[in-house]
Design a protein around this ligand. Structure first.
Ligand code: HEC
Length: 133
């Protein structure tokens, strides 16, 4: 095969690859419940839980760049010290200082789909009133 044909052939292969699975908010909720409630308040899952000094997931949605923060949370502090994504090289050689969490590559998208549907709290409260409740 000539070099000229090699690239279009590769593109054709890519185009015929199965589409990526749609994000699953139900799995995202289960993952957030299992992994994030330890430190964060997560919507109505643990309204009185989490650690006081850690923002609730719905509170983070008040920030204009919350999407980017959620899409990259596993490489942001403090998570990169204790969250490992299967197949990605760890970002630090240091031992985790909190109970380690391992997530699969698609899990962050599922968590994002769940967070996207979380109502944003009004005023200064984390818990009440939550819009739409
Ligand atoms: C061991 C505690 C702990 C766990 C577990 C944890 N977080 Fe966090 N997270 C924090 C703390 C503390 C902050 C605040 C960091 C800061 O103020 O800079 C934070 C901040 C965030 C932010 C904002 C990041 C930024 O740079 O602004 C997002 C998004 C986030 N967490 C998502 C998650 C998700 C999703 C999970 C579960 C998969 C999770 N966190 C699990 C402690 C935790």
């Amino acid at each position: 095969m000539s070099r000229r044909l090699a690239v279009p052939a590769a593109l054709l292969l890519l185009a015929s690859a199965p589409p990526a699975a749609a994000a699953d908010p139900t799995n995202g909720r289960a993952l957030a419940e299992r992994h994030c409630t330890r430190c964060h308040v997560v919507g109505d899952v643990n309204p009185h839980g989490g650690i006081g000094s850690t923002p609730s997931l719905q509170w983070i949605k008040k920030l204009p760049d919350w999407r980017e923060r959620f899409q990259t949370f596993y490489v942001r502090r403090p998570h990169l010290a204790f969250i490992k994504v299967e197949g990605l090289a760890p970002l630090t050689k240091l031992a985790p200082y909190a109970t380690p969490i391992t997530i699969a590559p698609g899990d962050a998208e599922d968590i994002f789909a769940f967070v996207e549907a979380l109502p944003v709290p009004k005023g200064n409260s984390d818990i009440t009133p939550i819009e739409g409740k």
